[in-house]
Design a protein. Structure first.
Length: 317
């Protein structure tokens, strides 16, 4: 049995360290994750851990968790439905309070159904930005539109490219004034997606780092190529637009797939034996600048795509 002891505090800044710590157990048949020292856990690294545990289970590993009373983060993990999603039943000795204005419990992203993207996007935006959801003044719904747009794009990206179910988590951190959104799947990974789709971009890809970097280029995805009609199957701007939006608003993004991660444009090599078979896409959007979401989106469109009004028309109306 290989034991992983989670540290006391794990934030989004610790994401690659957590990925590498978890990756050491990839070659083990039995893994136990000990939560005993954990006191603070942000939603993005929590999303990574959730996907990793599910991935190990799907690979046939024996996976257990140790959650003693010393784990100060246990009620929070329970409230986010983390343990329920990995099939562990832990008694809750607290009353659940409404999540409005704070977070959305982990949601499953089902395979194949693109219609769920809009539903999940609206549900997340409703609880993250409840003060803007019923506003009829569209100039006052910028942050709601930002969250809704980001979730929809990330969910669609998972459905279209992963060949696997996934998980979505989101939380607004009041003191910090930003929302963290994490989406993870246990699918084929970005590099394999390029290969399986016979993408012309695949000949530029030698490793996972290349695959992520290419996927973040303008108008590139594993399905961005001409079909029999000569038209692009997919405009390939989802992750690119989100990365541009996060960067211009003072936020952050991470895309982790296989043995590499790209963090705000910086490539991190996780090592082949510490990789993750699926894909994690994580974004942090600050509220104040994103209250002017429509302005930021328009500028991102002008920079990244040849203006295609039909694709974005109604995105925030």
């Amino acid at each position: 049995m290989y034991d992983i002891h989670l540290s006391e505090r794990i934030t989004a800044l610790d994401l690659t360290r957590l990925a590498m710590d978890l990756g050491v157990a990839n070659g083990q048949d039995e893994v136990n994750v000990n939560f005993g020292s954990l006191r603070y856990f942000e939603i993005i690294p929590m999303t990574l851990l959730l996907g990793k545990l599910i991935g190990w289970y799907l690979e046939g590993k024996k996976v257990t968790v140790s959650v003693p009373d010393s784990c100060r983060a246990k009620p929070y993990l329970q409230r986010m439905d983390f343990f329920r999603k990995i099939g562990v039943d832990i008694h809750e000795d607290f009353k659940r309070q409404p999540s409005a204005g704070r977070f959305r419990e982990f949601e499953v992203i089902s395979r194949g159904s693109e219609s769920q993207a809009d539903r999940l996007a609206t549900q997340v935006a409703d609880v993250i930005v409840p003060d803007q959801k019923d506003s009829e003044d569209y100039s006052n719904t910028g942050y709601y539109d930002c969250v809704e747009y980001a979730v929809s794009e990330l969910v669609l990206n998972t459905i279209q490219h992963s060949s696997s179910a996934g998980f979505l988590g989101a939380q607004f951190y009041v003191a910090k004034g930003y929302t963290q959104i994490g989406v993870i799947d246990n699918g084929k990974g970005i590099r394999q997606s390029f290969i399986d789709k016979n993408s012309p971009h695949s000949n530029r890809i030698a490793n996972d780092a290349d695959a992520i970097s290419v996927a973040l280029e303008r108008k590139v995805s594993s399905t961005t190529h001409s079909g029999m009609t000569g038209e692009a199957v997919n405009s390939g701007v989802g992750l690119t637009i989100l990365a541009e939006l996060a960067g211009k608003a003072g936020g952050h993004y991470t895309v982790l797939s296989g043995a590499a991660a790209v963090i705000d444009g910086r490539v991190v090599d996780l090592g082949s034996y510490r990789g993750f078979s699926g894909t994690l896409s994580a974004f942090i959007f600050p509220r104040e600048p994103m209250n002017k979401f429509s302005d930021h989106l328009e500028k991102a469109k002008q920079k990244i795509v040849d203006v295609d009004a039909d694709r974005f028309e109604g995105a925030f109306l």
